[in-house]
Each structure stands twice: as structure tokens, then as C-alpha cells.
Design a protein around this ligand. Structure first.
Ligand code: UDP
Length: 499
């Protein structure tokens, strides 16, 4: 008799930084759990884009639910943060609650049709879709939140939004009342939306509705590794009285990355990048990228360029037009970089490579010539650095990135903070000194950081081991599926006994 397939519902928020980790999770489940089918839910335009970015042999079911952005004060066809300025992202977040009736109908339909053969085993939803837990409860379906952010970063983020501790005193730093073990947080480590929150602004209202719903979920899946992220994982375990499963790092394979990012305008070919890196000594190149969304100010860009020139280190820098200029316009190096910079450092000594728009980041980080990564510390970038054992120079810019940097520096000892936020005071001498500290073979701190990064790389490898010995992340994924299956079985027995 054919084995019953277990339907796993995946539902990310409509932003590339959320859809991509969910896609990586979907492909991972597809590969490792042959008895599962996957239903990937999103709005029509996102599903259309996903259809062309799935590998050809994929059996993932893409299901769209209707969404009309114009009804929520958004420009027409705004279904992804990609298409919106920062100021409108909160509007898309709040508008996403309008997906509830259609999502509810979808779950109901899956349960009723086909003699229940398509009934969900579980719903795995975004950290911004707390309301889906209520829908799952209504239908007695197992529910988990999937966090693409790390445990420590999300714990600080959750605690700040739940308590707004920075509003309770004048001090420039404070402890989180329910997460004191995180240590002192400085006001400069808060994203703008947190700093401006007063409990009645749109972000406070959104988080005030979203986060309390977490207790209705059966647990949280984290794209992280238990061995190094215990503090944050324990926080959620304690706060929600629910299990947490550290199942990471789950990232797209190189092939799937190429497929998923094929609409990105690449600034350089992987082959050219590799050739250039092949010509450089081991661990001699600093890679600089601020992720998929962030750009820096013109004055920061100039200071960074001066620091790179003075450091005499090799570098690959993903450059985009500075804040205030059209993100899609041509990069004007002659105007935005110090005079003669490109002639001297790029064309002359060939010490540096400027990549305009988009770089093959994982290929770069995996090359042995890379010795450091100056990053905004979005969690995907962090995981990609850890997998390849690359020391980090942190420059957080938004969301939970500030807490990630604090964690990587203070708890893990694999990072040095270079700058903080988009408007901080920044001197090129300080950046240069920190580059030297992390990359120089003679620097005590650098030696310590490289040693720690090496240890973390081993921990990460072991966590994903799936041979005779199972790593912690593989075990956590088993535990998650066992919990979901056991709830489904229990419900079935109840139904039979009750009938
Ligand atoms: N990325 C890339 N090339 C670039 C910039 C970013 O491949 O030029 C990828 C990077 O490898 C990572 C993702 O985009 O997988 C960025 O995710 P992250 O969580 O680091 O930051 P976000 O963009 O969400 O702020």
C-alpha cells in the first residue's frame, strides 16, 4: 500500500529575506523527507516569481492566496518588500493580516478534500505571521514559527518589542527585563522603529498583535545551531513554554541560489571572481557586503574607501549608490569615491575589486583567499561566513543585526564591531585599525578570532552530520517531525474513538 504523504504547509512573509530561507527549508524537507509533500503559500506575484526560481525537478506545490495592495494604501502590485521604500514596509506587514480569511479557507479545503489525504501535517509560518497559530489551533493542526534570524538576535528583538525597556529610563544603556543574561544593550543598538516606538505607533501596534500570538504555536524552528546559540533558544523555551528546534544552517545550494537569484543583475561572473581570487594569497582578501537591502551614506562610503586604501589589504566590495541616490542607477565611482581611488587601487595595483549590484557571495566566502567579511550581519550572511570559517567585521544597520553583532563579538568571539547604524560618526583610521586587528597574521585578537571561527566551523559541520552519528540540527528536525506526527496521530485516534 502506498505510504500516506504528509503535507507540510510553508508560509513566509512577502520579502526576499523571508521567502529565500523558507525556500531553502522547503528544498531541504523535499530532499530529506521523502514521505512529505510541500505546499508553499504566498500572494500571486510572489508565487509567479517562485515558479520560475524552483529547480526543474521540484515537486513543491505553489499555492496563491489573493492580495490587493491598493486596498491597503500601498501602490498597485506591491506584494514584496522589494518593491517598497522602507517607510511602507510596516504598511505591508499590517496589510498581511488581511490574508487570514483566505489562508483559513485554504487549510479548511485541504482538510476536507480528497478524503483528508491532503490534510496538513503542520503549518510552518513566518515570525511576522503570529496569527496563523490561531488558524492552526482552530483546525487542530500542528503549528511552528520558522525564524530565519538566530536565537539570540530574535530573543533581544522579541524582548525589546514586548517591554520597550528603553522608554522606561533616561539611561543610554539598559538590561532587558526578561533576558538579563543578554547583557547591557545600548540605545545605539536599537533599530529606528524601536527607538521611535511609543506603544501606539504602527510598529508597536503591529508587534503588539503579532508577538503575543507566539504562545499559540507549538514551537519555534530556528535556522541556527544549538551548540552556539543556547542563550536565545533557552529564552524562548522559557518565555513561551514551548519547544524550540535549532535545525540550521539550512541554506540554498549553489545551484539553487543561481536559480533563485537569476533575476538579480549580477555585477560580476563567478568565473571572473574565482580567477581574481585565485591570484591572491590565502586569507588575504576582505569581502565587503551589506546584504540585499542596505546602502550606506556617501560620507561613510568615502571613509570606508580611504580605510581600504590605507590598509593595503586586498578586497572585494559590493558597491551600490549611496543613501539618497536611486538604488537602480549606475554606480558613479568617480563622484562617490575619493578622487583617483579607482585608478590607484582597482585599475593600478589591482588590489581591489568593486562589484556593482550583486556578487556571488557564497562562492566568494568559500574561496581560500578570503580572510575577513565586513558585513551588516544579516543572519544569512552570518551563517554563510560561519560555514566557511570566515572572521567577521560587523557593521549592523537594521532590525536584529545589532544584537547579532553583539552576540558574535561578546559571546562567540568571532567578530569585531566596526561601525553601528547608518548615521554613526566614522573615521577611516578606526576602520583601518579594525581591519588590521582582524586580518593581520601578527594581531593577537586576529589569531584568537581565527581560532574561534575554526572551532565554530567544526560545530556547524557536526550539527548537520547525518550518518551513523546524527548532529544536533538533524536530531532537532527529527524531533520536530515526530512532534507533528504524534499530534496528527492523536487527533486521528480521537476522531475514531469519538465516532
Ligand atoms: N547576497 C548575495 N550577493 C550580494 C548581496 C547579498 O548573494 O551581493 C545574498 C547573501 O549571500 C545572503 C542574502 O543575500 O544569502 C542576504 O541575506 P542576509 O540575511 O545576510 O541579509 P538581508 O539582505 O536579509 O539584510
Amino acid at each position: 500500500m502506498a505510504e500516506t504523504k504528509q503535507n507540510v504547509i510553508l508560509f513566509p512573509f512577502m520579502a526576499q529575506g523571508h521567502i529565500i530561507p523558507f525556500l531553502a527549508l522547503a528544498l531541504h524537507i523535499q530532499k530529506t523527507r521523502k514521505n512529505c509533500t510541500i505546499t508553499f503559500v504566498n500572494t500571486p506575484l510572489n508565487i509567479k516569481k517562485l515558479r520560475s526560481s524552483l529547480p526543474k525537478n521540484s515537486s513543491i506545490n505553489l499555492v496563491e492566496i489573493p492580495f490587493n495592495s491598493s486596498l491597503h494604501g500601498l501602490p498597485p502590485d506591491s506584494e514584496n518588500c522589494d518593491a517598497l521604500p522602507y517607510s511602507l514596509i510596516i504598511q505591508l506587514l499590517r496589510a498581511s493580516a488581511s490574508l487570514k480569511p483566505a489562508f483559513r479557507e485554504l487549510i479548511n479545503d485541504l482538510i476536507c478534500r480528497n478524503n483528508g489525504a491532503d490534510a496538513p501535517l503542520c503549518i510552518i509560518a513566518d515570525i511576522f505571521f503570529g496569527w496563523t497559530a490561531g488558524v492552526a489551533q482552530e483546525f487542530n493542526v500542528f503549528h511552528a514559527i520558522f525564524s530565519g534570524a538566530g536565537g539570540f538576535g530574535l530573543a533581544c528583538y522579541y524582548s525589546v518589542w514586548r517591554n520597550l525597556p528603553h522608554k522606561k529610563g533616561e539611561s543610554e544603556d539598559f538590561l532587558l527585563p526578561d533576558f538579563e543574561e543578554a547583557g547591557k544593550i545600548q540605545k545605539t543598538q536599537l533599530a529606528l522603529s524601536m527607538l521611535q516606538a511609543d506603544g501606539s505607533d504602527p510598529w508597536s501596534l503591529f508587534q503588539g498583535e503579532n508577538l503575543p500570538e507566539y504562545v499559540n504555536s507549538n514551537g519555534i524552528l530556528f535556522n541556527t545551531v544549538e551548540e552556539f546559540d543556547k542563550l536565545g533558544l533557552k529564552y524562548f523555551n522559557r518565555k513561551l513554554n514551548r519547544p524550540v528546534w535549532a535545525i540550521g544552517p539550512i541554506l540554498l545550494s549553489l545551484d539553487n541560489r543561481a536559480q533563485a537569484g537569476k533575476d538579480k543583475e549580477s555585477g560580476i561572473s563567478s568565473e571572473f571572481c574565482k580567477e581574481w581570487l585565485d591570484s591572491k594569497p590565502e586569507k588575504s582578501v576582505l569581502y565587503i557586503s551589506f546584504g540585499s537591502m542596505n546602502v550606506i551614506s556617501l560620507s561613510h562610503m568615502k571613509e570606508l574607501a580611504m580605510a581600504l586604501e590605507a590598509s593595503e589589504k586586498n578586497f572585494i566590495w559590493v558597491v551600490r549608490p549611496p543613501i539618497g541616490f536611486d538604488i537602480n542607477s549606475e554606480f558613479r565611482g568617480q563622484e562617490w569615491l575619493p578622487e583617483g581611488f579607482e585608478e590607484r587601487v582597482i585599475l593600478g595595483s589591482k588590489r581591489g575589486l568593486l562589484v556593482k549590484k550583486w556578487a556571488p557571495q557564497v562562492e566568494i566566502l568559500s574561496h581560500k583567499a578570503i580572510g575577513g567579511f565586513l558585513s551588516h550581519c544579516g543572519w544569512n550572511s552570518v551563517l554563510e561566513a560561519l560555514i566557511h570559517g570566515v572572521p567577521i567585521l560587523g557593521w549592523p544597520m537594521a532590525a536584529e543585526q545589532f544584537f547579532n553583532v553583539k552576540f558574535l563579538e561578546e559571546e562567540m568571539g568571532i567578530c569585531v564591531e566596526v561601525a553601528r547604524g547608518k548615521t554613526c560618526e566614522l573615521r577611516h583610521e578606526d576602520i583601518e585599525a579594525k581591519i588590521e586587528m582582524v586580518m593581520s597574521v601578527k594581531s593577537e585578537n586576529g589569531i584568537e578570532i581565527r581560532r574561534n571561527v575554526g572551532k565554530v566551523r567544526e560545530i556547524v559541520k557536526n550539527a548537520m552530520r547525518d550518518e551513523e552519528y546524527k548532529g544536533s540540527s538533524v536530531k532537532a528536525m527529527d524531533e520536530f517531525f515526530n512532534a507533528a506526527l504524534s499530534m496528527k496521530e492523536k487527533n486521528k485516534r480521537k476522531l475514531i474513538n469519538g465516532a
